[in-house]
Design a protein around this ligand. Structure first.
Ligand code: ZN
Length: 278
């Protein structure tokens, strides 16, 4: 008998104990500790999923920065790992293989919300993303991409603001608050061991309840507006057919035929944000 397929998308900013960019940037000194904390928290989620569904196929998408953070050799060997970039479905790669539920582990609130730990949307190059006029962070973007594939988001772990952001979009989802935000780089955090224990239990509950949570769908075409930090990135983006400059120097607009296409466009702008023109 084969069980359900469960995808776990793992980011780093919403992992317990982590509050500062020195802990999430691969070039900075505290990053190696954060990789271990992230891997341990994902392992707790895998354990919880398999307690609910021992025959589940568990797929983990590494979804922070370069998408190469989780330590493959320390990950629960019953899971398979999606690693590296770029990839069309970005933070939720694996959905295209078919899944029954999506769990968001270590997630953070959207740019401009808060106070929330390390709140941003996709990268520092992006100031805001709006789908049909509605400000949407990584939680909303990934949840609606999942909805495009008919997959519900059943769980999120992160700070209190990230948890509220998902509950606002998906009222039936289970949330695990592993820290309470005091600011962009400050929080009252649970001990990692305690966070892992709560996440394990919540994952079991969330997977058992998955049939009660509807996918978050946003039918196409979808009007996407992205405010960018650098006007130079806007110049680059308007070289792409279909991408236009909105009134004001910092906003790019385009239309996605569906949510998967809208998401690819946002990912492209993030990549362009790393290029210095000329
Ligand atoms: Zn991240």
């Amino acid at each position: 008998m084969t069980g359900p397929t469960v995808l776990i998308s793992a980011d780093m900013e919403g992992i317990s104990g982590i509050v500062h960019p020195t802990e999430t940037n691969p070039d900075r000194y505290d990053y190696d500790r954060s990789r271990r904390l992230m891997t341990a928290e994902v392992n707790a989620a895998i354990l919880g999923v398999l307690e609910a569904e021992p025959d589940a196929a568990v797929l983990v998408a590494d979804a922070h920065g370069p998408f190469r953070n989780l330590l493959p050799e320390e990950l629960d060997r019953r899971a398979r790992l999606v690693r590296g970039q770029p990839r069309p479905l970005g933070m939720v790669a694996g959905l295209e293989l078919g899944a029954d539920a999506l769990l968001l582990v270590g997630y953070h609130a959207r740019a401009g919300s808060g106070p929330a730990v390390l709140a941003h949307t996709m990268s520092g190059a992006v100031l805001d993303v709006r789908l049909n006029g509605r400000p949407t962070g990584e939680i909303g973007l990934n949840a609606t991409v999942a909805g495009r594939f008919g997959v519900p988001v059943v769980l999120l772990s992160g700070d209190d603001v990230a948890c509220a952001e998902l509950r606002d979009l998906v009222p039936g989802a289970v949330t695990v608050e592993v820290k309470h935000a005091l600011g962009q780089a400050a929080a009252v955090t649970l001990h990692p061991g305690e966070a892992q224990e709560r996440l394990r239990r919540a994952a079991t509950t969330a997977v058992r309840q998955r049939a009660q949570v509807p996918p978050l769908t946003l039918p196409g075409p979808i009007d996407v507006e992205v405010d960018l930090y650098s006007p130079a990135t806007v110049d680059l983006a308007t070289l792409v057919p279909g991408f236009a400059r909105a009134p004001g120097a910092r906003t790019v607009t385009f239309t996605g035929r569906d949510m998967a296409e809208a998401y690819r466009g946002v990912q492209l702008l993030v990549q362009l944000g790393q290029i210095k023109p000329g």
